[in-house]
Design a protein around this ligand. Structure first.
Ligand code: ZN
Length: 337
């Protein structure tokens, strides 16, 4: 009789308890799988979090109100990138712009211009900045979220990255369209050769953008009036071709000096007085008027934004784009400074 109980017990063990134990063990194993994934996801997330040791926040001066706001660097950079480059440009071009903006910001922190802040929101002084709300109001409603996501992606995927030359952040000048060839800073602002990374470089594909060509036409009186704002005694004999002509060019093919009657003006001064888009222009006399046919948009120094987009369309990465426009530089980690 005892034997029957033993057999019955073994039977119970084999058919119920063992499978139950094994199932439990399996369910424990399978229960741990999602846990592992959660841990992994958190790990990935943590890897994306970049610890800006010295440059986590910046003091931003709003020029119209005089208010100084302390903001996280990468949040600030989203506002800058959205102010400086069209969101429909290629992602790699936006990433190049994000790294340029981050570099420029760190450069400004190290070379302060304002007393109680690191940088201001005025593009003619420091770097353009636009609030998210203002930016959204200028985008079509159905594009707002996707445009902003793309800009955030350009900043997040380049976290901590800046451009250095000899271990120091560069002065990352940029402009809208180079007209095919960039300019040396000495031809725009004078000075010496303190920026060896800013050279004359050529970029294909710039002509495909609306910023590439423009015209400005003046009557003889209008031209004289504009020049008189600085040169009161200016006189030009419009019948004499030698009285209105380009005298010489810079290495990049931009206008260096123009003769306007009894004065010689630099290309940059001419650009500013006549509000031309660049110093890469021709002067054409047409039906008694004077037409300036202009190539490119901006000072022409450093990265061309449409050039960056054009290179990205060719499949170039943001690192390639940066190294094309800034000669001999490295892409470095800001914490290595
Ligand atoms: Zn400023």
């Amino acid at each position: 009789m005892k034997k029957v109980f033993i057999y019955f017990f073994v039977f119970l063990l084999i058919f119920f308890l063992l499978p139950a134990m094994l199932t439990k063990r399996n369910s424990e194993v399978s229960a741990r799988v999602p846990d592992d994934n959660v841990e992994k996801n958190e790990e990935t997330k943590n890897n994306n979090e970049y610890d800006y040791k010295n440059y986590g926040t910046i003091k931003l001066l709003h020029q119209d109100t005089g208010e100084v706001e302390e903001v996280a660097l990468d949040t600030y950079l989203c506002n800058v990138v959205s102010a400086e480059m069209p969101a429909d440009f290629e992602l790699e071009a936006l990433k190049a712009q994000a790294v340029v903006a981050r570099t420029y910001t760190i450069y400004k922190i190290q070379n302060k211009k304002h007393e109680n802040s690191d940088i201001c929101d005025d593009s003619s002084c420091c770097q353009a900045w636009v609030s998210k709300e203002e930016r959204f109001s200028r985008w079509d409603e159905d594009k707002r979220e996707s445009n902003w996501d793309k800009i955030e992606q350009s900043v997040n995927e380049t976290k901590g990255k800046i451009i250095t030359y000899n271990g120091a952040p560069i002065n990352a000048f940029f402009h809208s369209n180079s007209g095919g060839t960039t300019e040396l800073p000495v031809n725009v602002w004078g000075g010496g050769s303190e920026y060896p990374y800013l050279q004359v470089v050529e970029t294909a594909g710039e002509e495909g953008y609306t910023q590439y060509s423009s015209e400005a036409t003046f009557t003889q009186d209008e031209l004289i009036e504009k020049l008189k704002s600085k040169y009161e005694d200016i006189t030009i004999d419009f019948n004499n071709d030698d009285d209105l002509k380009i005298l010489d060019y810079t290495d990049s093919g931009r206008v260096k000096t123009v003769k306007f009657g009894n004065h010689e003006l630099s290309g940059t001064e001419t650009r500013s007085l006549l509000d031309l888009r660049s110093t890469n222009f021709e002067i054409i006399k047409e039906n008694g008027n004077i037409k300036f046919s202009v190539k490119g948009y901006g000072h022409g120094v450093g990265m061309s934004q449409t050039g960056a987009d054009s290179l990205a369309k060719e499949g170039k990465s943001y690192e390639d784009i940066i190294k094309h426009f800034y000669v001999g530089v490295e892409i470095s980690d800001v914490n290595s400074l």
